[in-house]
Write a protein that binds this ligand. Sequence first.
Ligand code: HDE
Length: 691
Amino acid sequence: MTIDPTAPQGTRAGEGGELHQTVDDGGARMTTQQGIPVADDQNTLRQGARGPALMEDFHFREKIFHFDHERIPERVVHARGYGAHGFFEAYEDLSDLTCAHALTHPGERIPAFVRFSTVAGNKGSADLARDVRGFAVKLYTAEGNWDIVGNNIPVFFIQDAMKFPDLIHAAKQEPDRGFPQAQTAHDNFWDFISWMPEAMNMVMWTMSDRAIPRSFRFMEGFGVHTFRLVTAEGKSSFVKFHWKPKQGLQSVTWPEAVTINGADPDFHRRDLWDAINSGDFPEWELGIQVFDEEVAEGFPFDILDATKLIPEELVPVRRVGRLVLDRMVDNFFAETEQVAFHTGNVPPGVDFSDDPLLQGRNFSYLDTQISRLGGPNFTHLPINAPKCPFHSFQQDGHMAMTNPKGRANYEPNGWGSKAGGPREDPERGFRSHPAEAQGPRRRARSETFADHYSQARQFYVSQTEVERRHMADALVFELSKVETPQIRTRLLAHLRNVHEDLASAVGEGLGMDLPDPAPAARETLTDLPSSSALSILKNGPLNFHGRKLGILLADGADAKAVAGLKSAAEDVGAMVELVALKVGGVRLSDGSVLPADQRIDGGPSVLYDAVAIVLSEDGARMLSAMHPARVWAADAWAHGKFIAHSIEAAPFLMAAGLPDAPGEGVFELEKDTAPDFLDACSQLRVWDRAP
Ligand code: HDE
């Protein structure tokens, strides 16, 4: 091993001057953290083969000491997350709206890191909890990091950051019993909500299928708050940020979510990992809704109220750039766990509005890193460090890793332009928009925030029939887990203000009479028009690209049919998994052995967007006698999936409980071609069939 005395501090020897978050140790000589070569990493140093361990064993002590301190506190919310790298590029120069470098240099690729997350569950909880998904984007722009710390839902539960700890306390495990984990289906959450009518719009979203996405790739992202764009001349406009997935929207159903959480708690992580590693890079377009003060005053709601959105029919979403995720992390801890987002990270050209939720967040995101990442130098971690030059007089602290040379550590100083350290830049430096504010200092909620139901109702009426049914089912499920009848009653009273149909469906499902409507803070309920953008089913995919086909096989399956299905699926950019009784695989009709990806109990049909069942007569007979196989097919049918099958598999489908003439969405491979089947699969479900 050579020693490189000039290697910069903070890197392993010989690795150059950049910040490194991962190193390749493959094949290298093992050393202690002090670089002492290790001869034996299997046995502690002891006095005699059966004697006591010795304190002088510095290698053992270092190893155990480090292990003992491997964990850092998980995020207080959004603990479970999954990140990936990529880039953002603007389509056009938006200098008429902003001087932000990222939005004025079309085609320039700006490195990006995105972390998706659930909110309520702990780090080890399951991916398909009914929950909001975090959609946090860090753009490493030429003028500093720009974080859009958003969610997959465009509104929020509360209007004032003061209530955030209460909301989260109520949503997470109850403090005496320590459960339930990663779900809102319990008394404390619904008790809190029942006293907070402002949450009603958000509750509509979380009780919709938006809260059980099929994949991170198939969901939208929203900046939620109103922000500002500011030009070089200081002209400011209001803006809402959107991320529109090119993959189309898709969710699973609740009964599927419940099964997926057991069969593959990492369903969303695995999906992103598989897609990106197979070269199928998910992509979102950055959308902006831009408006000025005058337009804002014409809305029947307040643009500073984060429980409201701006319907796309009122202000269209202009697509101004794209975000592509094309690289998984090298090390989960170094990148996904240590990444620190902050709503306060905005470059020149982007600014805040007076949304009281946003203002509170601007404190919290910096503050929380002190207990999570251990001190103020978390910005030195490579995943958090800007990729543009950065120079400040902030110094010292735990784990300071990038430290300035020289004498000057304050300013103004008289040490000259080079020795005196960094200097302000009045030209390009960040300047806050000089918005004027007035009014007496008091703890108050604006009257303009008081309509709690109109947009909740708008969301409900914008859904398809199927989606409305799912919302009612979700509310019935959640409120049936609530043990205190008064809480359910209070909720029903709010639902009556949202929509009578929804209230009666939920009352019926709970077996409860409807109470009087809750008294509203403001009597006026505006009947806002339905908005297609709010429905998932109206914004589904155009084809089966990026979706997953599960093929159930048994010995004797027709080799040509299997090969035809696989290649047709690959042609449309879908993934294929083979499911069989044994993971070793099946012997096909031509005598070849085809290994399976999943054993039948590890690959239930809920994991797939569509299924095919290719069996010989013998195979059909064998599987008909097997409970897990029958459930596999019965579930696919009950969940409205498209099913293709060999003609010989028909008796098996009947044994699984499918009707004699299964009708729409069921394809016989001898009659319909595999490409026809996959074409039909782009509709994803036959909703009439689902119970
Ligand atoms: Fe967060 N939120 N939040 N939040 N939030 C955090 O910051 C907070 C809110 C969101 O992948 C924490 O670094 C307050 C809205 C995401 O690392 C914390 C309020 C939206 C993530 C925090 C909100 C979000 C967080 C915990 C009310 C959507 C995960 C760890 C005023 C627009 C980021 C951390 C990641 C994380 C505070 C409300 C999105 C404690 C006080 C609204 C995506 O700082």
